[in-house]
Design a protein around this ligand. Structure first.
Ligand code: FO1
Length: 346
């Protein structure tokens, strides 16, 4: 495990030498479904725990936020995951490269190009140029993500959910805009009629996705936005079915703490799909595996302890734990809790 500060080793408190010898996680193969800032923060803690156990982590990343800008392919969730695992993500903004500058974007704006609500940093542009040139040379999206990942020691295999271009579009009564515009320009405050992923029914899981799910010992849903981050991954034909068919237990971490979305913008997403903004509301979206849904276990925040019986009523094992990922030690503890809760259902 990397730079683990002196910690005790009591997995029941969630504050042990997570994933270390005797943790019961030896050699565990974990698949994480994730997107967005919360997903990449959680992935770092999970990577550390899985690595300490001598296991293997595969991250299946949302790509429905992806877009073309200035002729370049931008993959915001893949890059947040890549930069987060590499330890080069901007810790303040939660996206982009730490210590980046905006000289090229400023220059493009001077040419009247781009938007004032969407900035590409100079170092970040290097990633987009490398990705686009490899794509134009004929490499598949999965291969390109792998090449980007080889620059750093990620300690995880990063897979896009699909190699097909599937966008999340945000539909209003009078217009339809790309998810990225709604998210960054309107800060998800303008209420849409619905979200759409045109063509998703023809998309295929990226190479390795279904295989990783089938071989996993534990499948984890990150505390990511259930509608626009995890939703598109589950919407790729074959992925939900692979999860239902997998032998591994499936655990999710609630993105709701104290009845509110950790990243407030998710609340509008839940409202649009008619889901209650609560730990139970999000668990209900995924559904219980025993009744055709996806979850065996669900981590509920201590602040939402009163929700646990409602989650159990859905047929999903609730586990009430501290969910705030305030630092890497707490995030590792949370990741250990997730794996332990999943394995306890077997
Ligand atoms: N988020 C912003 O709030 N403003 C931006 O200008 C912005 C630029 C940007 C560029 C590249 C990239 O990979 C991500 C970027 N993000 C920006 C973050 C992104 O909009 C969101 O975090 C995700 O798409 C939501 O998961």
């Amino acid at each position: 495990m990397r730079d683990l500060p002196g910690e005790t080793s009591d997995p029941s408190t969630g504050s042990g030498t997570e994933g270390g010898p005797g943790s019961g996680l030896d050699g565990v193969r974990v698949v994480l479904l994730a997107g967005g800032a919360g997903g990449s923060t959680f992935a770092v803690g999970l990577r550390d725990v899985v690595a300490a156990a001598g296991g293997r982590l595969t991250v299946i990343c949302n790509t429905a936020d992806d877009l073309w800008v200035h002729g370049l392919r931008i993959q915001p969730d893949v890059d947040s995951m890549l930069y987060g695992l590499a330890g080069v993500k901007d810790p303040v903004r939660g996206w982009g490269r730490a210590g980046d500058s905006d000289r090229v974007s400023d220059e493009l704006h001077a040419w009247g190009l781009g938007w004032d609500w969407f900035t590409l940093g100079d170092l970040d542009l290097g990633t987009h140029i490398a990705r686009t040139s490899w794509l134009r040379d004929g490499a598949g999206v999965g291969e390109v993500v792998a090449r980007l990942g080889r620059r750093w020691e990620l300690g995880a295999t990063l897979l896009p959910m699909t190699e097909d271009e599937v966008d999340t579009l945000v539909e209003f009564n009078d217009e339809t805009i790309h998810f990225q515009e709604w998210w960054t320009r309107y800060r998800a405050q303008r209420e849409p009629r619905r979200f759409a992923n045109p063509g998703i029914e023809r998309a295929q899981p990226a190479p390795g996705v279904v295989e990783a799910i089938a071989e996993a010992d534990v499948i984890v849903f990150a505390p990511s936005n259930p509608v626009v981050s995890i939703g598109p991954i589950l919407g790729i034909p074959g992925i939900s079915d692979a999860i239902r068919a997998a032998e591994a237990p499936v655990v999710g971490v609630s993105p709701i703490i104290a009845g509110a979305a950790v990243r407030g913008m998710a609340e509008m997403c839940l409202q649009v799909v008619g889901a209650e903004c609560s730990a139970t509301g999000v668990a209900g979206l995924y559904g219980a595996r025993g009744s055709g849904g996806l979850l065996d276990a669900w981590l509920v925040a201590e602040e939402d302890e009163a929700e646990a019986p409602r989650v159990a009523g859905l047929g999903i094992h609730p586990s009430v734990r501290p969910l705030w990922m305030k630092d890497v030690a707490l995030t590792r503890a949370l990741a250990t809790d997730a794996l332990t809760a999943a394995l306890a259902t077997r």
